[in-house]
Design a protein around this ligand. Structure first.
Ligand code: AMP
Ligand code: ZN
Length: 496
């Protein structure tokens, strides 16, 4: 087995990966809060985690992957203040919080499928693990880590020796960050809620004191009072329950380092007395408008639907684009950038199409080079460069194809599922541009010439809403052996 090096936030350096159980990996990745659509920034994090999982498997590991669905307890403020995002979503949409969770969970599943992100072995919904979370609070209470104030049960971070071991920040700086949301009753600014009360003191809803619109939908009775779990507790309880002792790698975006993951570590290690996860990996942000983090709370929020599907662009273009940037480097989104990625991806697909259909043998030298790239802290830009080396080498087409298919087990770009040959006819405004990529040499020259002439005429007819003419031309294409599909992007022509 080749060595895999991963950047571990805990140690602040690349380290050789060593699993707890030989040949196996326990992987936990923080999942979506299902009160809204995932934005493409969130999806960048899930693509990076998918690559990690594929790299581990490509190296022969059996991976047990657990991902949570946060359907309760994630508040609008990171420091346990503000509103529960699920209840907020419920008010916004006039649906119950449960319905909101179901709707956005489904939307999330669709997004990851469109991006070839493999599902985890185990999905865990926070509301299905209330019992485990309550047990964890009891354990912490017994060991003296908790205290109760008017709005919930809190974890006392001053009782933990190395509270800052993940963030590597000075304790004063962490506390300063935590002061943003003021709560005078907390003993230390960094203390966080394990259990939040629905109403002050943990009592039930009282119409004489509480407003009807403040009535909570998701709440459970506990020894401390009626309420709901804190967001950090969910991941601690669910990872312990599903992975047991196999706490190898835990991932998320870099925004999780200072609060969410720091608190997960504090409470889990306090409860178990053992190390909680050996490797912590974090993906950098997708930025927009010149370095601004894409966030759900801002109006710069783009979904896969509006940034890709509605524009007639294949969502895999986004996967391809993210692989061109190392996961620990910030990535800037722009429409122009995605158009270029789209052209680059189409070019790659056509290069692969041109290799024909018969796969030969995987070239071991290139495989070794590719593995060196991905095993070096998931260096996907370098891995894509090796793909190009293969394509430009003097190997036979059959062997090139086999080698690229093998690499695609990690890249997940669907290169093994290309159907037919594609010619994209892009049309913008009055101009009609025929855009033919390399790799279409097997289309007879005569046909290409004919397509170049006819395609702009048909595009113009469609633009002028001359449906009779456009249908007539479609028939001509058909009888020459080409099928036309009209997309938002323009016309797509495939060989029959
Ligand atoms: P959330 O649904 O807010 O809990 O976020 C889901 C995942 O997306 C987490 O791993 C976050 O760290 C990550 N994330 C949030 N915003 C961005 C962004 N702009 N770029 C990359 N990852 C992000
Ligand atoms: Zn988490």
């Amino acid at each position: 087995m080749k060595k895999i090096e991963l950047y571990n936030t805990l140690e602040r350096k690349k380290q050789e990966f060593k699993p707890i159980i030989s040949g196996e990996v326990g992987l936990y990745t923080c999942g979506p809060t299902v009160y809204n659509f995932a934005h493409i920034g969130n999806l960048r994090a899930y693509i990076f985690e998918d690559i990690l999982k594929r790299v581990l498997r490509y190296n022969g590991y059996k991976v047990k992957h657990v991902m949570n669905i946060t359907d309760v307890g994630h508040l609008t403020g990171d420091m346990d203040m503000g509103e529960d995002k699920m209840e907020k979503g419920s008010k916004r949409e006039g649906k119950t919080a449960w319905e909101v969770a179901e709707f956005y969970t489904e939307a999330f599943m669709k997004d990851i499928k469109a991006l070839n992100i493999e599902e985890p072995n185990i999905w865990c919904k926070a509301t299905d693990y209330i019992k485990e979370q309550v047990i964890m609070i009891s354990m912490l209470e017994e060991k003296g880590y908790t205290y109760v104030i008017s709005d919930g049960v809190y974890f006392d971070t001053s009782k933990v020796k190395e509270y800052n071991k993940l963030s590597h920040l000075k304790l004063e700086d962490l506390q300063e960050g935590a002061r943003v949301e003021k709560n005078d009753e907390k003993k230390n600014p960094t203390d966080f809620a394990l259990w939040k009360f629905s109403y002050p003191g943990g009592r039930a809803f009282d119409p004489s004191k509480d407003k009807e619109e403040e009535k909570r939908q998701m709440e459970w009775e506990t020894p401390w009072g009626l309420g709901f779990p804190g967001w950090h507790l969910e991941c601690s309880a669910m990872s312990a329950k599903e992975l047991g002792k196999q706490l190898d790698i835990h991932c998320g975006g870099i925004d999780h380092i200072n609060v969410h993951h720091t608190n997960e570590i504090a409470q889990s290690e306090a409860a178990s007395g053992e190390k909680f996860f050996n490797y912590w990996m974090h993906g950098a942000f997708l930025n927009i408008e010149g370095g601004k983090k894409m966030a759900k709370s801002d109006d710069n929020f783009l979904t896969l639907e509006n940034a890709f599907l509605k524009k007639g662009m294949d969502p895999l273009v986004y996967r391809f684009a993210t692989l061109q940037t190392h996961y620990r480097k910030p990535m800037e989104y722009s429409e122009e950038g995605m158009k270029n990625a789209s052209k680059g991806f189409e070019h790659l697909r056509n290069q692969v199409r041109a290799l024909g259909e018969e796969a030969g043998n995987v070239n071991e030298d290139f495989k070794s080079k590719f593995t060196d790239a991905i095993n070096d802290d998931l260096n996907t830009p370098q891995a894509l460069a090796v793909v190009q080396e293969v394509l430009k080498s003097d190997m036979s087409s059959n062997d090139k194809l086999a080698t690229v298919f093998d690499f695609d087990i990690v890249l997940g770009l669907g290169l093994g599922e290309l159907d037919g040959e594609n010619i994209n006819i892009e049309s913008d405004e009055m101009n009609t541009e025929l855009y033919i990529e390399e790799g279409l040499k097997s289309i007879p020259e005569d046909d290409l010439k004919w397509i170049r002439e006819k395609a702009p005429i048909r595009n113009l007819a469609r633009k002028n809403k001359d449906w009779a003419e456009s249908d007539r031309l479609r028939d001509q294409f058909e009888s020459r052996g080409y099928i036309i599909k009209d997309t938002n992007k323009g016309m797509e022509i495939k060989k029959k």
